[in-house]
Every structure is written in structure tokens, then in C-alpha cells.
Write a protein that binds this ligand. Sequence first.
Ligand code: NAG
Ligand code: NAG
Ligand code: NAG
Length: 839
Amino acid sequence: MGSRVLIENLPRGNFCTLLLVLWVCAVTASVTYDHKAIVVNGQRRILISGSIHYPRSTPEMWPDLIQKAKDGGLDVIQTYVFWNGHEPSPGKYYFEDRYDLVKFIKLVQQAGLYVHLRIGPYICAEWNFGGFPVWLKYVPGIAFRTDNEPFKAAMQKFTEKIVSIMKEEKLFQTQGGPIIMSQIENEYGPVEWEIGAPGKAYTKWFSQMAVGLDTGVPWIMCKQQDTPDPLIDTCNGYYCENFTPNKKYKPKMWTENWTGWYTEFGGAVPRRPAEDMAFSVARFVQNGGSFVNYYMYHGGTNFDRTSSGLFIATSYDYDGPIDEYGLLNEPKWGHLRDLHKAIKLCEPALVSVDPTVTWPGNNLEVHVFKTSGACAAFLANYDTKSSASVKFGNGQYDLPPWSISILPDCKTAVFNTARLGAQSSLMKMTAVNSAFDWQSYNEEPASSNEDDSLTAYALWEQINVTRDSTDYLWYMTDVNIDANEGFIKNGQSPVLTVMSAGHVLHVLINDQLSGTVYGGLDSHKLTFSDSVKLRVGNNKISLLSIAVGLPNVGPHFETWNAGVLGPVTLKGLNEGTRDLSKQKWSYKIGLKGEALNLNTVSGSSSVEWVQGSLLAKQQPLAWYKTTFSTPAGNDPLALDMISMGKGQAWINGRSIGRHWPGYIARGNCGDCYYAGTYTDKKCRTNCGEPSQRWYHIPRSWLNPSGNYLVVFEEWGGDPTGITLVKRTTASVCADIYQGQPTLKNRQMLDSGKVVRPKAHLWCPPGKNISQIKFASYGLPQGTCGNFREGSCHAHKSYDAPQKNCIGKQSCLVTVAPEVFGGDPCPGIAKKLSLEALCG
Ligand SMILES: *[C@@H]1O[C@H](CO)[C@@H](O)[C@H](O)[C@H]1NC(C)=O
Ligand SMILES: *[C@@H]1O[C@H](CO)[C@@H](O)[C@H](O)[C@H]1NC(C)=O
Ligand SMILES: CC(=O)N[C@H]1CO[C@H](CO)[C@@H](O)[C@@H]1O
């Protein structure tokens, strides 16, 4: 079975030939494991994997993302399965468009890569409710992720559904498909530890349930020490070199190797240096690791309202090797590609033996994998400040601080984790249209006498009422003020206090905005407390409570509340403080503009829009619409929302996500030196600026002209400041040390040539190098975008780059003194720094 599929599409590492295929593959299509590695079709493999989450990009982007992953040296694409996207209501399944899982997996297969399918179905992933459908919370008697019958029944049903689809489509490796591994649950170890016996019973149940599904490929569980056989326990973290699987006969695998970190609204944007990323992977592999997954390889975008209620931003860029827009994030992508090539050169030795480890000095470590036929060595310097020179075999090797050199033949260093051979790119966002021509419509505050409003003598939890069908819930009540109230005469306004479980609150008194408060990642609970203007007679108090999604992680996160739970009090009346919590409240789910579908062309004709001098500006709760033509070319597009506060935007009826540029990144961004243990507090950007300013518009959502753009603004922004921008490469840089290891070293040494590294610059397709902005051979300082000459500089530094590069799409410049008119400072180790503009 399945051999026909293999003929059409031989996955990597499958050594069947066309003639032998019917016989050989029937026998060898298998995935097993031993203490060294995952064994695919009888062969141990060092597998490099990367996470790409299919709903975080569009089907039109998938082929290019997968190709870039393959070009970057990946063997495996890993993805979660997004339950709430696939089963929006019980038993009603959805597998289309961005949720077309089968199509995604088949594209990976066509590219010749494997798939690691993390079914979960709890996935965390900064995804709304950790992937659980909201309806699941309201199944009677349910408790999530424990020994609970209703939960187990739902989990089993969905897991079976996914496995059966994969089997029908013949997607498991044993059927000739690309899936070589699956995952059940996700990071359950800490939860089990906390809840004890029911957690253990649940673990036993779900691992047996998974194995019983008989997929023919191994199951893994991450972050769970007591993972039962035959499932494999794996590591998640920034570093995993000291991880050991719970049995001697299981391989050492790293399922979440964080390439950066996610952005939260109100937080700075984390970056992880490519040098440290490469260092952590080389260190894991030298310590016997055989499977590495980059979380994320392409992070993408939280379209719609899919980001989780921990104030997760719409951008899920994650500083992955492919950026949110699908462009290469350089130098990270190229540096890791070079690392993967170096590791693959070592693969025969790595999978055959355990290393011999020696310590030639303080903070120095050498791992040697030697068999009769092969030898590979990893030389490491763990010192965060000093370089080291290591004698090994007949050679002498220079190791920068916090770095590992890889020697695939135990002689030639072809890669050092701290020496970038890849170029860096500086990206820019440039406006591509003249100002949009906007029309506006003011959202009317809800009123309590509408027919469909709900009433109660209580404050209700928000998600309970909205079932997350919208971010918005109106809470309305009346307050009667007697003419005898003291404050009417003395002018001392009473103070309204509203306690809310989150996440954002607008307070309106008699339909006028009185104030806005919002929570943050550290605390979504919030309190409004301010004096309010009340008149004699009836006053209408309207609280617009706004959720930004449901939480995805945390102790019993399924029980966390949102919305105004009270108390709500009014202080400074003759009677003292009046408690409004238990008086009559009316509820209205969602906005009027949502009910009218103003985000669609057909819906928008139901209201009167205004423009010109009447256009709403700096006015809360306003809808804006405009149309625009698609700019020519293929550069990715985004909306620059710098002039806006908070809300949502749609293009041709499709949501590009929540915008919140009004939430400024707190904290100190600090410095970013690659060496030393990485944390997500290091190397951050955007402090004092919006956490997210740009919002990706997939090109495939656009028509050539007449694109319908709608923005709902909650806070009051100026829509005339919104621009359509394109993302392009501003400049490319190289920073190459004379004599640094390069992948060319091996073949050049073999051929007896002198090893001289080259700077390689290239512009994206369709662009050529138009100018050398900076060139210095000597001791230049700074980084791409702000290089400057140092104490040693060859005066002819510009000649060769200009001659070799101008007008070319790509070029090489050899890093050697004669190329730059002689040695500017003999006896000192020099480098070449280049910055070129792509025209
Ligand atoms: C949830 O909403 C229902 C009405 O739809 C109400 O009866 C119940 O009290 C609410 N529960 C909470 C916790 O707000
Ligand atoms: C870019 O350079 C290539 C050669 O590398 C050349 O064929 C092409 O015409 C150039 N394009 C432009 C726009 O200059
Ligand atoms: C325990 C923990 O924080 N795990 C997280 C690891 O990182 C991934 C990606 O950000 C999250 O999904 C996990 O929740």
C-alpha cells in the first residue's frame, strides 16, 4: 500500500529506486526511533524542522514559504492543528482556505519535505483559547485537560477526526505520505505536576488513546518527563543541550526552539540574534541531539480575532528566519542555512556514534564523533567575553566568544556560529498610495430599549454572553439623580467606580465618552474610577466592555473571566455610596456596525456615510471606509496605522486582525550583544513606540482595483494618517572576517587553494545593487545600517565592491589585502564591512 504515492513523490532520504519501489518501499516505508535518532525507512536521520502554522498565512503564500524553508536547509515542517478553526460549532467542520490542512501537508510533500503534525488538540500557541473551541467551555460538566469524561470524549473525537482525514489522504509516512511524527497534548508536564492523580490518569488515557489510533509513526509529547512508552518525551526552550529523554532508547529531540518570542500589545518586540540561535542548535547537536525544530520558522499573522487574550499582537513575526510577510529575515535565515549545511556534512558521523568529549581549557569543550569511516568535531568556547584559540589535531582554531566551530572532517572549520557568512538585510516600509479618501459613520451607543437586548439584575461574565462571537459587549443601566443631591449645588461630581475582569473598558455617561481604561499582559483586570457628569433626572450609564480574545495558557485558563463583574459603585451622593451592581442591567452583544456587516460592500449601503469636513476625526467608536487600487509588483503590503488607536480592519470583507498602535511598548529595550544566555528581555526593539504599527494585507485578498477597506476605530484616531505601504529591502550588508570559516573551506583545502572568504551580496529578484553605501576593509565598527570606519581602513575599500557589484543582482568580493590596495594594518586580524543599496 502506498507505493504508488512514493513513485510520484520520493521524500528525502528515501532511497527507493523506480524499479525497486514496489518491493522495497512496501518493506521500508517506516518510521521508528532508537537512542540516537528518528529512523526513517531504516536510516537514522539528523532532522532540521521548522514551525509554519497554516492559518497564520494564506494558501497563496504556502508554496513560497515551504520553498524558502527547504532552501534554508529544513527537512521537516512542523505545525499545530487548530481545533477552533476546524470545528467552529460542535460537529460542523471547516477545512477550507487558511484552514485547508490537507492542502498544506500535500504542498510540503510536493516540496519533498516531511511533516511533524502536532495535533494537541491543546496547542497554546498564543492562539485564541489555546486552540479550544469556545463552545467546549459550555459543555455541561466539562473540565479541560484532566481526567474528565466530557473533555476526554471531545478530545478523542477531534483527534480521531484528524487522524482519519490524514489516513484517508494517505499522508502518514507508512502510507507513502510526508507525516513522520505526531504530537498528542502539549507541554502537559507542569499541569500534571500541579494537579496530581487526575493528571496522571489523564496522561495514561491520552497516550493510550493516541497509540491506539495506529498511525504507524511515532508520537511525541513535549515538556513531560513521565511520558509513557512508546511515546517520546521532548524538550522546549531557548536551549536544550542538557535535556535527556526519560529512557535510554529514546532520541534527544527539541520540539520548540524559540527563534525569538511573540509580541504583546504594550510590550517591546523581542529579537534573538542569529549567532546565539546557531550556537544553541550547534550545542544541542554536539550533545547528541538529532531533531531540532525552530519555533517559529515563519510566524506569520494572527488574522481575524485569532490572537489570544493575553494581549497578543496581530503580528506573530516571532523574529523567525522568514518574516511575517514571507521575506527572508537576514542574516538569520542565511546563517542558519549555512549551519544546516555544516551539520549535514557531519550527519554520517553524528548518527553513528556517541561523541568523545574533552576540555582543553577553561570554558572550552571539544566533541568528536569518530567512526572507522567518518569524523566530525565541534569546538566550543562558552566564554561570553573572550575569544579563544584551540589546538585540535594538527590545527589551531580561533573561536570568538560564545561560539562553536564545526569541522565535518575533523580538520577543516567550515562554520562558526558567531561568524556570519550570510548577508544582513535592512527592510523598509514605503508609502505606495496618495492619501485615502475616507468616509465615516459613527457607531451609535447601544440603547437598552432595543427589542433584542437582554436584561438581568446582575452583572454577567462577558464571554458567557457573547460566546466570543464579537469583542464587544454593552452593559447599560440607569441612574436617577434627585434635584436635592448635594453635588448639584456644590459642583462636586460623584465618582463612578467600575471593576472589570478585562480587557478594555469605555465608560459613557448619557452617550458621551467619559473615559477609557485597559489592562495589559501582567494584569488584565482593570478599574475605572473617575468623577462623572450626572444631571438631575435619569442618566444612562453605558459600559462598552471589549475583550481581546481568550487566554491560551495559565492555571485553569478556561475558567478565567472577562467583562464587568463589579462592583460598580457611585460615590458622593447624599446617601453616600450607591452600589449599582445588583440593579437592572441591559446587555447588547456586539456593535451596530457589526450587525449591519459594515465590513462588506453590501452591508455598508445600509447606513449614511459622511465625508469631507464632516469626516469623524479623533472621535471614539467610528467606522471608516474607502477603496483603493492594488499597487503593481509583488512586494508585500501593509497598512501603516500609526495615527490610529485601537480597533479592527477589513479588506474586501476579510479581517486583517485587531490593530492597537495606541498601545505603546513599555520598558527598556537595552543592548543586544549576541553572547551570553538569551532571554526574551534581551535585544528588544520598539520601546516607547507602538508595539505594532504595521498590519499585513495579503496580496491574494486584493483585486486590481476597487478594494474595499473598512476600519473600526474605538479610541479616536485620525484616519487621514493611515497609509498603504510596501515592504522592501532598503540595503544589504556583509560583515566578513578575514580567515573566518566558510563552507567553501573544505573544497578549497582539498584542491590545495588558499582559503579566502568572500563577501556575498544579493538583492531580491528584480532589484540590482545601485550604490555601495559603505565599504571598509580594516577594523570597521557598527552593524548594518550604521557601519563606520575604525582605526584601520584601506583607502581603496570602495574600489572592488563598486567594480564587482554596481548594476548586478548579486556579487562577490574577496576579503584579502591585495583586493583593497594592500594591507592597511599588518599583523592585525581584519574584516570587511559592506552596505549596498538595492535599486
Ligand atoms: C451567563 O449567562 C446567563 C444568561 O445567558 C446567566 O443566566 C448566567 O447567570 C450567566 N453566568 C455568569 C457567570 O455570568
Ligand atoms: C540587473 O542586473 C542584471 C545582471 O545581473 C541585468 O541583466 C539586468 O538588466 C539588470 N536590471 C536592471 C533593472 O538594471
Ligand atoms: C511554557 C511555555 O511558555 N510554553 C510556550 C513555548 O512557546 C510557545 C510558543 O511561544 C508557546 O506556545 C508555549 O506556550
